[in-house]
Design a protein around this ligand. Structure first.
Ligand code: PSU
Ligand code: MN
Length: 330
């Protein structure tokens, strides 16, 4: 009896040993030559997610946007690292033809942290969310990541428990996520509460400490600190890591004033769609697709155009921040 127990416990111990994890990671994580060279030369690198390509925008806008985001990063002195799952590998840095491939793959999986292992095992194409892009970026030595909006706490989460893995990833992966705030289809207040609980640095790139709401420059909430000085923001990020704090950071960039009028139109449509969803008792997983398609209908394409412009604006700020952070290491 005793010997069979010790046999079981030694098997349990050996199965939980992390010994093979780093070689599996070395095998699966493929970082492009250009990105490796940039890192060696102290040039900034900006990670870009791919769920927006596989699931966020229709073809060919998704492909064109993927390319234009890479161009914006380059024009601002950094090297883009679009991250996606292709043929059983986590690819950091894609060629134009690979970008085209993921943009047209109808079977692409939306890959959050939990979906990494199964999507790789099946060799499926995967668009990485904020959570899994952060995870891969950190393992590839990339500190800055640009996206549109992060996932968060859904309205009604007290019943559905629908809280994005983006928030838990931010608690344990020291990557800075540049975004335009949190879309009002989510519960912005609850999302900021969870970020606080999880110890995430929540910074606003503005002179006013007003947390932005993606299409709208204002929500009723604030971040910890507002600053228009990317060097100061870089110092906070560096100190957070130097102190050994495991969490990442959010840098929320308000919608620029030249997009404000279009943003207001889209935000009004979102509020109307939310009322419709409530009246029609649409709940749970059905809500987000309902809201997004209603808003697209109501704004006749303006929501998509503004979304792309916000993505580009964030990529610009992220490239500038990545350049500052990499200078300090030279
Ligand atoms: N929020 C947006 N636009 C997006 C997403 C979120 O305003 O495209 C995408 C991002 O890839 C984000 C993901 O990481 O959805 C969150 O999905 P979920 O809530 O299933 O974790
Ligand atoms: Mn969810």
């Amino acid at each position: 009896m005793r010997s069979s127990l010790s046999h079981i416990s030694s098997r349990l111990l050996s199965s939980s040993r992390p010994s093979s994890s780093s070689s599996a990671l070395n095998d699966r994580l493929v970082v492009s030559e250009e990105i490796r060279a940039a890192q060696n030369d102290g040039v900034g690198v900006v990670a870009l997610e791919s769920t927006v390509i596989t699931h966020g925008l229709p073809f060919p806008t998704n492909f064109e946007t993927g390319q234009s985001l890479e161009k914006v990063v380059r024009d601002n002195g950094a090297v883009p690292a679009t991250i996606a799952l292709i043929d059983g590998k986590i690819r950091v840095g894609l060629t134009a033809s690979e970008l085209g491939r993921i943009a047209q793959d109808q079977k692409a999986v939306k890959v959050s942290r939990r979906d990494l292992a199964y999507t790789l095992t099946k060799g499926l194409t995967g668009g990485t969310t904020v959570a899994s892009t952060m995870w891969a970026a950190h393992r590839a030595g990339i500190q800055v990541f640009s996206t549109g909006g992060i996932g968060g706490v859904h309205r009604g989460a007290e019943e559905t428990f629908d809280i994005s893995a983006d928030l838990t990833e931010l608690s344990k992966t020291p990557v800075t996520v540049v975004c335009a705030g949190i879309k009002s289809i989510l519960d912005v207040g609850k999302t900021l509460e969870v970020l606080e609980t999880q110890g995430v640095n929540t910074l606003v790139y503005s002179k006013d400490n007003v947390f932005p709401g993606f299409f709208s420059p204002r929500t009723p909430f604030s971040g910890q600190l507002a600053s228009e000085d990317l060097r100061e923001i870089g110092e906070i990020i560096n100190l957070s890591s130097s102190l050994g704090l495991p969490a990442g950071s959010i840098l929320a960039v308000p919608i620029p004033s030249h997009l404000a009028a279009e943003g207001k139109l889209v935000e009004d449509a979102i509020q109307l769609a939310l009322e419709e969803a409530f009246a029609q008792k649409i709940r749970g997983q059905a809500i987000t697709p309902f809201l997004l398609s209603r808003v697209a209908q109501m704004t006749k394409g303006i929501s998509m155009r503004t979304n792309v412009a916000l993505l580009e604006n964030n990529a610009r700020v992220a490239a500038q921040l990545a350049t500052i952070l990499s200078e300090k290491k030279r």
